[in-house]
Design a binder for this molecule. Structure first.
Ligand code: 13P
Length: 251
C-alpha cells in the first residue's frame, strides 16, 4: 500500500517571518491528518526555522535543491549534511525550473539523487515534458530519458526511498492541470519503466506524485487514479487554506 504524499514546493517565496507564520498555520490545521504524508519545502533561508516549528508535528521538512559534493569551495551551494542538520527529510531534485533556468541535467540530477540517498535523505525526483515536446508526441520519450538517466545506478534498496514527481511543464503555474487520464497514462508508463529497470514488486512500492496546477478542487479526482500517489503543489501551497484543503481532500 502506497501512502499518499502531498508536498508543498514554496519555490522562491516567503521571507523567514512569513515562512514561520505559514508553518504555524499548517501545523494547527493539519494536526489530525496522519493518513497522508505531508511535506513542506520552504526556501533554504527558512528551513531551519520552519524545521523548528514543525518538529513535533506530522509535517515533514524538505528542501528544493542540493549540491552533490560533501563540502568545499562551491560558493552559493548547500550540501546534503547541511540540509539534514536543518531538519530536512526530503529534497526536491531536478525540478523543471532548475532544468530550464539553471542548467540542471539528468547527469546532475543523478549525482544529487545519489548524494541525497547516501546522506539518508529522500529525493523527490522531478520529470516531465514541456508543451512543445507534448505537441510533437515526444512526451513519453522525454519522460523515459529523465527517468532512466536520472535514476541510473541507484540500487533497489535505495530506490524504495525515492519519490518520483511527474510534472508536465505545460501544467506548472498555468492553471491547466493534466487531466486525471493524462496523469494516469504517464504515471502508469513510469511504473512500467521502473518495472523494467528494477522489478514489479519494487515498482509497485515507489510513489509517483503528480505536479502542475494542483488545487483543492482537482486533487480528489487526480488521486482517484491507481498510479497517482499524491501531488507536488506549487502556488496552492503558499496559502494555509488551500494547502490544508488539498491535504484534507485526500482523506
Ligand atoms: P503549480 O502548482 O504552481 O502549478 O506548481 C507546480 C510545481 O512546480 C510544483 O513543484
Amino acid at each position: 500500500m502506497r501512502k499518499i504524499i502531498i508536498a508543498g514546493n514554496w519555490k522562491m517565496n516567503k521571507t523567514i517571518p512569513e515562512s514561520i507564520e505559514l508553518a504555524n498555520l499548517l501545523k494547527r490545521s493539519l494536526y489530525d491528518t496522519s493518513e497522508v504524508e505531508i511535506v513542506i519545502c520552504p526556501p533554504f533561508t527558512s528551513l531551519s526555522d520552519v524545521g523548528e516549528v514543525i518538529m513535533d508535528s506530522n509535517i515533514k521538512l524538505g528542501a528544493q535543491d542540493v549540491h552533490w559534493e560533501k563540502e568545499g569551495a562551491f560558493t552559493g551551494e548547500v550540501s546534503c549534511a547541511m540540509l539534514k542538520s536543518a531538519g530536512c527529510v526530503y529534497v526536491i531534485i531536478g525540478h523543471s525550473e532548475r532544468r530550464q533556468y539553471f542548467t540542471e541535467t539528468n547527469g546532475t540530477v543523478n549525482k544529487k539523487a545519489k548524494a541525497v540517498l547516501k546522506e539518508g535523505l529522500r529525493p523527490i525526483v522531478c520529470v516531465g515534458e514541456n508543451l512543445e515536446e507534448r505537441k510533437k508526441g515526444r512526451a513519453f520519450e522525454i519522460v523515459k530519458d529523465h527517468i532512466v538517466n536520472s535514476l541510473s545506478g541507484i540500487p533497489n534498496e535505495d530506490m524504495l526511498k525515492v519519490t518520483i514527481a511527474y510534472e508536465p511543464v505545460w501544467a506548472i503555474g498555468t492553471g491547466v492541470n493534466a487531466t486525471k487520464d493524462e496523469a494516469e497514462e504517464m504515471h502508469k508508463y513510469i511504473r512500467g519503466l521502473l518495472t523494467e529497470m528494477y522489478d514489479k514488486e519494487l515498482a509497485g512500492e515507489v510513489r509517483i506524485q503528480y505536479g502542475g496546477s494542483v488545487k483543492p478542487d482537482n486533487i480528489r479526482e487526480l488521486i482517484s487514479e491507481p498510479d497517482v500517489d499524491g501531488a507536488l503543489v506549487g502556488g496552492a501551497s503558499l496559502k494555509a487554506d488551500s494547502f490544508t484543503d488539498i491535504v484534507k481532500n485526500c482523506l
